[in-house]
Design a protein around this ligand. Structure first.
Ligand code: NAP
Length: 484
């Protein structure tokens, strides 16, 4: 699997520097003439030489048109193609020519130098129809098809995978999805049967969804993915902010498992289940907003999922798809290291959203006396009634000292609103344990106020880590490459 750096840096000096600084994670570079300030032989040769010194095996030259996502240039179409032809030189291994462009001069020069032609199609509106035929047509004349499309729904992703499967026997091709829905295809190119994936370094991305060479390799081990790789993942909408790939992928690597954990942006869990079957996915984490809806899609759920009404983990077993909830045990894990989980202790839960359900269930199971407050009183009342616990209106006076534990489950305090406090008037006594579930940022205003008052504090990363470890145990049991 080739990892190709698109040279997007604003300055030409930085383009050279980016090749050198990232070469350990790369196999290829793409020189985009539309992004080069110096479009001359001297500069192109210096890029080719730098790639050669870094032992990169592939150098692609392209001059992307504006309509294909390229930077606007002052050149006419004839001048663009003429420059592309003139700048082909030894050391360049591939030239990218857009589908529908007639460029006999470029093709003849490429032929003379033994340079392969990549025939590309960029569609920023969706997944184009008839891609299978197009890929077959391009491959039939000995060129490498490259299709970069823009899926914007789970339906589009299914379509992309259908095309990838239909053209599976064509090994020399590049099929990728841009944007959040297509991100999985960049970090798991194997899933689309792609020979190569693009990445970019620095501020500017070569195309929507491109990640850095370091992340491609250190998190997703792209160079090691192959036809035996077992895929796991996380579904959510949005999902790309999730830190779970940074936890699970190193654990798979440490366990010497040929398994990769990939974020999937999903807007329809039913369609994702079809995709999971087609891609042979063995298990996945579930995040907002799918923790409830996924329950209808699996074959069986564990008891805690029924009681909480929330499922964050799904694995494939011999009995079909099984759903469980590791948030519940993960939430309790740091509390088990304290003496707070004693029957009769009073706990204040701030929030009545998805994770609050899990928290209230866990605390009730442990025998604590729970009181809920929430920005929207009715939701606090509803959750309290469901679990048979107390609730208080947001505006009521909460007596400091009554609660031995305070659990902050709202999203108030997440970036970028770092100054927001979900319970601004509350005066900490200093002897309580304050547990903040937000993990990014690690320090919220609420947590620092509690810390200043002398409270013992627990940050959201502890739960995140504990629930992920429990998921990883399940993923490890579902990992069985010999069954493929
Ligand atoms: P959710 O279902 O959307 O619930 C959001 C909750 O936050 C609701 O109670 C909502 O109140 C409240 N809220 C939102 N904005 C607020 C504001 N400006 N002021 C006061 N309250 C506000 O979300 P969720 O799934 O429960 O997740 C909540 C947080 O927990 C997120 O930050 C998430 O990252 C974190 N979390 C952490 C872990 C972990 O492992 N550490 C696991 C899961 C979740 P209303 O009812 O009034 O809208």
């Amino acid at each position: 699997m080739l990892r190709c750096l698109t040279l997007t840096a604003d300055s030409d000096t930085d383009k050279l520097r980016n090749i050198r600084n990232n070469s350990q994670w790369l196999d290829a570079i793409e020189i985009r003439l539309d992004l080069c300030l110096q479009r001359n032989k001297g500069f192109i040769t210096s890029l080719v030489d730098t790639a050669c010194e870094a032992s990169l095996s592939v150098v692609i030259l392209s001059f992307r048109r504006e309509e294909d996502g390229g930077k606007k240039t002052e050149l006419s179409e004839a001048e663009r193609l003429n420059l592309l032809e003139q700048l082909l030189c030894p050391g360049i291994t591939h030239v990218d020519i857009e589908r529908g462009v007639t460029a006999p001069g470029v093709e003849a020069r490429a032929d003379e130098l033994g340079i392969e032609v990549i025939r590309s199609l960029h569609d920023f509106q969706g997944v184009p129809a008839s891609m299978t035929e197009l890929i077959e047509e391009i491959a039939a004349v000995g060129e490498i098809p490259k299709i970069a499309c823009y899926p914007s729904s789970s339906q589009d992703v299914l379509e992309l995978i259908r095309i990838a499967r239909e053209t599976f026997r064509i090994k020399n091709k590049i099929v990728l999805g841009m944007g959040a829905f297509g991100f999985f295809s960049r970090v798991a190119p194997q899933l689309c049967g792609s020979m190569l994936t693009f990445c970019s370094a620095g501020e500017r991305s070569g195309a929507p969804g491109q990640t850095s060479p370091r992340e491609l390799e250190e998190v997703y081990r792209v160079s090691q993915q192959n036809s035996h790789t077992v895929y796991f993942g996380i579904i959510g909408n949005p999902v790309l902010h999730s830190k779970s790939p940074q936890l699970h992928n190193p654990w798979f690597a440490e366990g010497r498992m040929n398994a990769i954990y990939v974020p999937f942006q999903v807007d329809d869990v039913g369609l994702f289940m079809r995709l999971a079957e087609q891609l042979g996915i063995r298990g996945f984490s579930v995040t907002v907003p799918h923790k409830q809806k996924i329950i209808q899609q699996v074959d069986r759920v564990e008891e805690a999922v029924q009681s909480i009404g929330s499922c964050n983990t799904v694995i494939r077993t011999s009995e079909g798809w099984v759903g469980s909830n590791t948030d519940y045990q993960g939430f309790l894990a740091p509390l088990k290291r304290t003496d707070i989980l004693s029957v009769g202790n009073h706990v204040l839960v701030i929030g009545a959203g998805g994770v609050a359900r899990t928290v209230v269930y866990a605390l009730v199971q442990a025998g604590l006396v729970v009181t809920i407050v929430n920005r929207t009183d009715e939701k606090a009342a509803g959750l309290a009634a469901e679990f048979g616990v107390n609730w208080k209106p947001m505006q009521s006076q909460l007596s400091a000292g009554k609660f031995e534990l305070i659990v902050q489950t709202t999203s108030a305090g997440m970036e970028p609103n770092t100054e927001i406090d979900p319970l601004p008037g509350y005066k900490f006594k200093g002897s309580e344990i304050v547990y903040e579930l937000i993990y990014a940022p690690e320090q919220t205003r609420f947590l620092s106020r509690a810390g200043d008052a002398g409270c013992r504090i627990i940050g959201g990363r502890e739960m995140l880590h504990a629930q992920a470890l429990l998921q990883f145990e399940q993923f490890s049991s579902a990992y069985n490459p010999e069954a493929e």
